[in-house]
Ligand binder design. Sequence first.
Ligand code: SF4
Length: 348
Amino acid sequence: MSQFSGVVRTDWTRPEVRALFELPFNDLLFRAQQVHRQHFDANAVQVSTLLSIKTGACPEDCKYCSQSGHYDTGLDKEKLLAIEKVVEEARNAREKGASRFCMGAAWRSPREKDMPYVLEMVKRVKALGLETCMTLGMLDGGQAQQLAEAGLDYYNHNLDTSPEHYNQIITTRSYQDRLDTLAHVRDAGMKVCAGGIVGLGESREDRVGLLTQLATLPAHPDSVPINQLVKIAGTPLGEVDDLDPFEFVRTIAVARILMPRSMVRLSAGREQMPESLQALCFLAGANSIFYGEKLLTTANPEAEADRRLFQRLGIHPREEQAVFEPTLAAAPVNRPASLWRDAMATAG
Ligand code: SF4
């Protein structure tokens, strides 16, 4: 079976993944685009909004993170946001055309006393007609079940990097802890959002390792955020060397080929990318972005700039119902986010 067939496989091997990374750039992008078009409208990009519901003072030591309490990054800490404030932000996001609202808290894991608040947030945001996603750190099986019962659609928990490189980046939780949380999320019936970060000073082999891990989980994550490190002064990775931008595009393309039906999200680091590079990422199969001016604590391209970029590229926002299953390819169900369209019509 061709490795480019677009068939969903969870038995990818490292040599296969390495071989994809080693393809000539144009060949890799062509293959990724072929796979992408088998499963998705190539001109539709899903738009999510992310809100930090609790900021800073995190006990974990992730060496890239502005929110870790281990480093002095000058970040203003905030307690858990009031539920009403979260609902208001979600309503604003919906009015701007977001179809999914993600809520992130800088915790090792939610404490028992936090759970009633986050469960209520899920219910209230969902009642607005938005898809809900949370990233709260590690979950046990019971917490995952509670979140699922409250109606949470997605849970984000990234693997960050390869198993070999992991200890260079985080020491306060293990790779296995992360895999266990993903298993609890899957077992509770929620959709999994899991990806990683590139530009951490890792080798290409680490990028091969990260994507192989993601693509050989029992089921592919529904969403795969590929983040580019945003260098934060005060963190141990604040001055790490830049990654070759084409290597970032390669990582997106390989993720698309390995996980043909997953949403591949162009995530943190977009603010630092020229629009031409973002366009290449869409060509490589990225079909999801975060929209809004802040991504947790780092800047994200301004909403107007995103609208203009979509307009220039002929891209339209995609809602969950717009997935092109192969059998529906001739008659895709594509329900545009009308508010985004209206806003785009007046942009630029
Ligand atoms: S990445 Fe998450 S877990 Fe790690 S320090 Fe930052 S907020 Fe904490």
